[in-house]
Design a protein around this ligand. Sequence first.
Ligand SMILES: Nc1ncnc2c1ncn2[C@@H]1O[C@H](COP(=O)(O)OP(=O)(O)OP(=O)(O)O)[C@@H](O)[C@H]1O
Ligand SMILES: [Mg+2]
Length: 506
Amino acid sequence: MSLVEMSGIRKSFYGVEVLHGVNFQLKAGTVHALMGENGAGKSTLMKALAGVHRFDGGVIKIQGKPADIYSPSDARSLGVAMIQQELSPVEELSVAENIFLGREPVKMGFVDYKQLYRQTEKLLDSLNLNMNPRTKMKALPMAEQQMVEIAKAISQNAHIVIMDEPTSSITNREVESLFRMIADMKARGTGIIYISHKMDEIFRVADEITVLRDGGNVGTWKKGEIDTEQLICSMVGRELKSQFPKVEVTIGEPILEVRNLTLAHQYEDISFTLHRGEILGFVGLIGSGRTELMNSLFGITQPEKGKILLEGEEVTFKSPRDAVTHGIAYVTEDRKGKGLVLPMSICHNTTLPSLRKFTKSGLLQRRAEGNAVTRQVSSLNIKTASTLLPVKSLSGGNQQKVVLAKWMMTEPKIIIFDEPTRGIDVGSKAEIYKIMCDYAAQGNAVILVSSEMPEAMGMSDRILVLSNHRFSGELRRSEFSEEAIVQMQFKHMISRRNDDDRSDVK
Ligand SMILES: Nc1ncnc2c1ncn2[C@@H]1O[C@H](COP(=O)(O)OP(=O)(O)OP(=O)(O)O)[C@@H](O)[C@H]1O
Ligand SMILES: [Mg+2]
């Protein structure tokens, strides 16, 4: 018998049907991967199971019995827990309070904090998470917030756990501990639904794979019955010619020159030149100083020493607005925090930094604005019924594309992409890479910060490696290899070890 059996699930938003009678089954003690392009309906299907959305048609059975799921608490009492794609922790509360929100241990009518912290400590320990239960959520990096969310689901003793892109912002080490947790949960008979765009993870963790396309089933396969290529093909409905459409371009004159840029404890003595036509990759481990450096190139922080030259002229950016005026755009990794105003429409979000272009003698030219947005939306293939809908109505991947649309609209000379394809499906990734190439080929330039080695190597003309806040090496396209890059990333540790060896000799 299946743990979960969903059949004929239908769901519409604003009169547009997005799930057209979807079937899905989960067996106890297995991991079932749910895959499909951005907007295929994965999150919506799972929100129906978790009681976040009421579905319009179809039946859900849990352990063979028809289940009445009208709210998240209905789902919880049936043993369903969901870790949502867009995390929404209560930032002002502590880790412990977030985990036990609404089910805190009580003593004589008051929350028993001693007990709360003790229980949380036990839970975190059992999951090998090194965190203080008293820390406020807002003090934690995204990766750790995600781990807390996972701990919360586990603490609910759910036997059906939905993980919607659980690894989108966690590090490799944390992925390993997540996979260990998943193995434990499986052994206890828990069924896990796992949504991710990362193929390597899917093939490691999944026992079964179901693919959705445009709100319908494409198929379900057992592990070993399908390979990466077939999987991609079933998701996008066509064969993907090349994942990285990088073309050879003639590299032009320098557009940005950075000389000895330093901001203590963030990045030190960084120098490089970016040329017209070029895609310059920046690679480094988390904490290497990549994002900190980019923050200064965009005026979010100011360097203490060094120079930035733009088209030969020295510039200082006191604020992001300065940087935008000088033709720089910054597509960040954190779309929810810095990138988008979720309740506002797609149209408004897209024109936010370029409104001046659509204003004539103080009046917004709505038609011109609307037309320009529609063009961007179709060129980026953003899936939506209307550009007037709020951004939060879009699937995660399509929200990321709106961030991109918004910056393309400012017609920048240089775009800094920081992890631009996080949460984006394979087909759309290829589209974004194509846009990146065309944009650079028109005489602009791109800085690409990426943790994904295939992406950095597939798209860059040159790669600069940062390690421990410093510049540690440069590779040209013909010299790219994963080994070379990894070695440069760990350079500071290797040299430190040599120092230690020497001190041993003394
Ligand atoms: N609250 C909502 N209001 C309106 N439309 C919505 C809402 N939630 C989802 N949709 C629409 O339903 C469709 C499916 O979205 P869903 O979030 O399920 O996609 P997904 O497969 O999870 O994609 P991704 O990989 O990008 O997360 C999309 O077209 C989306 O715009
Ligand atoms: Mg989703």
